[in-house]
Design a protein. Structure first.
Length: 446
């Protein structure tokens, strides 16, 4: 591998102690773009990688809020504005107790390349808080979101930085965040946030976009290898936004989804998961997936998440969270004859799991490419906001399909061009990197 790449990886590990998730993503991306770096000494001369691994700006702030009993709490708030070479920073906000600077930097770094792949003009950023939305009342969520936005609004704008949802941030939270932004700024800048409700500037098909996009991408990948979703057995982890719409589209394509999960455990339903019931439990009642088995006779519930990967399936779609599919899980999937693993969540597979899958010739659809449909549709929402106009569901869905096809082809072609034919992970990193690199080179040392 390129000496320059090695040096930068060492520097990142040395200068960002303890930020394991960030180290891992930098290693993954830089290792796979090494052939491009070797072929282009101009990048080293311009210290391009040094600049790319350093966020343009990191904002950290306190978020004080008062619970329903009158007790005061203080959480940590983050916004990492990673790279604006090709457009305003764009990326979600995550509310989860595990959130720390390393996780937000890892997500922000990934977002830079993912956004570049979408073919749309969006830079990369990410934010969030270690606030735990679980078990909080609507009013507590609202007060937290208002406090968070009171600081965040200084740093964002429709031409500067456009946050969206992520784990723990759905339509309800985006509504509260936008309400507070509008109140403080006294301007109807709808393009400042995406994932908005349809009555105030949201885009049709945004809710479905990440899950549907994952299915459009993996369908093309299967077809390229002489297969299809029809009659395949599919396991999907998670039961949130990405998982629900991935299951819905998989069924529409003729597959049988037999399992899904939440952070407590998983359900196995050999008759096929009833997605409407999952929606009712997780989206409407905000309940636990365990309740699915209580309401559907053919289903069983198992406590603990990891066991989901021991279920026999043709296609595995990890759609829950980072590092949920480890080497042991990969071995179980391969032993059970899995054909394709498609990442709906961000970095759900550990590096050794990916290596194992690829060395066993399992088709691997990497997150950065396969789950980019969500942010791509967010960019379509920004476009609609700028035009003060809305497209129909079908129009957005068609554009999404086209974007997923471009991402698939760009990843496939880049892998081939740089001697890694069939390796979409290398391909998507290279394709995403090249656009950002060229823009940064053109813009001088900034
Ligand atoms: P949600 O908060 O809607 O759902 C997350 C789901 O994963 C919940 O069902 C949650 O369970 C479950 N979960 C969390 N941890 C685990 C675990 N260890 N094992 C099993 N299940 C778990 O988030 P999203 O669906 O929006 O996001 C899921 C992933 O997709 C994240 O990695 C996110 O970054 C990524 N992503 C999301 C996009 C989007 O448009 N929403 C776009 C691109 C990527 P519980 O109900 O118990 O919390």
């Amino acid at each position: 591998m390129s000496k320059y790449v090695d040096e930068i990886i060492e520097k990142v590990v040395r200068e960002n102690p303890g930020e394991t998730e960030f180290h891992n993503t930098v290693k993954e991306v830089l290792t796979s773009i090494a052939p491009v770096i070797d072929a282009n000494p101009k990048y080293q001369n311009a210290a391009l990688l040094e600049r790319m691994v350093e966020p343009e700006r990191v904002v950290m702030f306190r978020v004080p809020w008062v619970d329903d009993a009158g007790k005061v709490h203080v959480n940590k708030g983050y916004r990492v504005q990673f790279n604006s070479a090709i457009g305003p920073y764009k990326g979600g906000l995550r509310l989860h107790p595990s959130v720390n600077l390393s996780i937000i930097k890892f997500l922000g770094f990934e977002q830079v390349f993912k956004n570049s792949l979408t073919t749309l003009p969006i830079g990369g950023g990410k934010g969030g808080s270690n606030f735990d939305p679980k078990g909080k009342s609507d009013n507590e969520i609202m007060r937290f979101c208002q406090s968070f936005m009171t600081e965040l609004q200084r740093h964002i704008g429709q031409d500067t930085d456009v946050p969206a949802g992520d784990i723990g941030v759905g339509g309800r939270e985006i509504g509260y965040l936008y309400g507070q932004f509008k109140r403080i700024r006294n301007a109807y800048e709808a393009g400042v946030l995406t994932g908005k409700g349809l009555t105030y500037g949201g885009s049709l098909a945004r809710t479905e976009a990440t899950g549907y996009g994952l299915l459009y991408f993996t369908k093309l990948y299967l077809e390229d290898n002489g297969m299809s979703y029809k009659d395949q057995t599919v396991v999907v982890s998670g039961s949130g936004n990405v998982a629900i719409y991935a299951m819905e589209k998989a069924q529409e394509f003729g597959a049988k989804v037999v399992a899904c999960s939440d952070s407590n455990g998983y359900v196995f339903d050999p008759e096929g998961i009833d997605v409407a019931l999952v929606k009712q439990i997780k989206e409407v009642e905000r309940g636990r997936i365990k309740e699915y088995a209580a309401r559907k006779a053919s289903a069983t519930y198992t406590e603990g998440c990891k066991g989901i990967w021991t279920i026999k399936c043709d296609i595995a779609l990890p759609c829950a969270t980072q590092q949920e599919l480890d080497l042991e899980s990969a071995k179980a999937l391969v032993a059970n004859g899995v054909k394709l693993v498609g990442e709906g969540a961000n970095m759900p597979s550990t590096l050794d799991a990916i290596e194992y899958l690829q060395s066993n010739k399992i088709m691997f659809a990497p997150a950065k490419a396969a789950n980019a449909g969500g942010v791509a549709t967010s960019a379509l929402e920004m476009a609609q906001n700028s035009m003060r106009y809305s497209w129909t569901f079908e129009e957005v869905d068609e554009k999404l399909k086209g974007i997923m096809a471009s991402i698939y082809n760009a990843s496939k072609n880049a892998a081939k061009e740089y001697g890694h034919e069939g390796d979409l992970l290398v391909g998507c990193n290279i394709a995403g990197f090249l656009k950002v690199a060229d823009a940064m080179m053109a813009q001088g040392i900034v």
